[in-house]
Design a protein around this ligand. Structure first.
Ligand code: NI
Length: 185
């Protein structure tokens, strides 16, 4: 049985969120347990992605689950990727709204590649590649950043593109970024 783990918050000053996570050397039952716990923790939060450092484990593991139907959080495909690597990315970038389960109460607009090709290993240790675009590509980029100690706020240089969640700016609804669902991971 999987269990929900505590999510590490930036406000707790825990260094794990700012460190480069280590490559997984061996896929064993304890790693599969970590994946199951991360999946449950992400769903409970709720969020659309989670990286192992967010549950205080400094390993290169992410989970992502983008709903296809906004009324059903588990309507999309669930990805668990061990040692994920972005091997190709679109030159084209797009701004979209993000929040982070480790930075509660803040949202912002982040520029990301429109599509990426991610290479990694599944929970059985099989190598695979995923080509993701838009929403799913944004989740992967947000989560892989976590493995490198990078937070979404690090990408925001224009202060007005970062706001408190309960003070969502009016101009946002007019912007193209409002067309895509928000990434929280
Ligand atoms: Ni995050």
């Amino acid at each position: 049985m999987a269990s929900v783990r505590d999510i590490v918050l930036v406000s707790q000053g825990n260094a794990v969120l700012r460190e480069k996570a280590k490559k997984v050397q061996k896929i064993d039952p304890s790693l599969q347990r970590l994946i199951d716990d991360m999946t449950l923790t992400m769903r409970e939060a709720p969020g659309v992605g989670l990286a192992a450092p967010q549950v205080n484990v400094g390993l290169r593991v992410i989970v992502a689950e983008a709903p296809r139907d906004e009324d059903d959080p588990q309507s999309g495909r669930l990805y668990a990727v061990v040692n994920p690597e972005i091997v190709k990315a679109s030159p084209e970038m797009e701004e979209g709204e993000e929040g982070c389960l480790s930075i509660l109460g803040w949202n912002g607009l982040v520029n990301r590649h429109v599509w990426v090709v991610v290479k990694g290993f599944d929970r059985e240790g099989r190598e695979f590649r995923i080509r993701a675009r838009d929403y799913v590509a944004r989740i992967f980029q947000h989560e892989i950043d976590h493995l490198n100690g990078i937070l979404f706020t690090d990408h925001i240089t224009d202060r007005k593109k970062l706001w408190k969640s309960d003070e969502r700016p009016d101009w946002l609804d007019e912007s193209e970024a409002a067309d895509e669902p928000e990434v929280v991971g």
